[in-house]
Each structure stands twice: as C-alpha cells, then as structure tokens.
Design a protein around this ligand. Structure first.
Ligand code: SF4
Length: 87
C-alpha cells in the first residue's frame, strides 16, 4: 500500500506551507484549505474524524491511527498529511 500523504517533511515545514495541525494522541493530522479540492474522500472514508461543518472539522482521536492513515492516503490532492507519533 502506498503512503502518499504520510508527511515527508517536518511539522514545521507543513505549518509554514499553510497547513493547520489537528493534534491527537497517536498521530497529528495536517490540512491545507488552499490545496483541498473538496473531493470528499476523507469525509466518506471516516465521517467521525472528518466532518464538514463541525468545529473542529477534524477530530483526530475519533479514529484508529492506521485506518485514518489509509483514509488520508486516499486524498488525491495532498491537502491532508499525517505524522504518526512514536510510542
Ligand atoms: S480528500 Fe483531500 S481533497 Fe478531498 S475533501 Fe478531503 S482533504 Fe479535500
């Protein structure tokens, strides 16, 4: 399985590139509104984590890490990135 949206740059670089951080216990999710094309893969993939209209719209700890990573890897634009935390 490919992991196109697992971050290959640091958190600092993501934030500098305009991503917002949605921190969780086991992973952090990063989202760029400028890059998102609203294809909806994330919301369909797990509406408990990704829910448009809710604040915050991403609740990282509502999902299981590996499943959420799979969902994020389906984001076609790279608007979503993730960094798993070392245990
Ligand atoms: S899958 Fe990616 S591009 Fe599509 S709505 Fe979600 S964040 Fe935006």
């Amino acid at each position: 399985m490919e992991h196109p949206n697992e971050a290959t740059v640091s958190e600092k670089e993501l934030l500098e590139a305009g991503y917002r951080k949605y921190d969780g216990e086991d992973m952090s999710i990063f989202y760029s509104r400028d890059i998102c094309e609203h294809a909806g893969k994330c919301v369909k993939g797990n509406p408990e984590v990704f829910e448009v209209g809710r604040r915050p719209w991403i609740i990282t700890d509502n999902g299981e890490v590996n499943h959420t990573a799979d969902v994020i890897n389906q984001c076609p634009t790279g608007a979503l990135k993730y960094i798993k935390k070392e245990k």
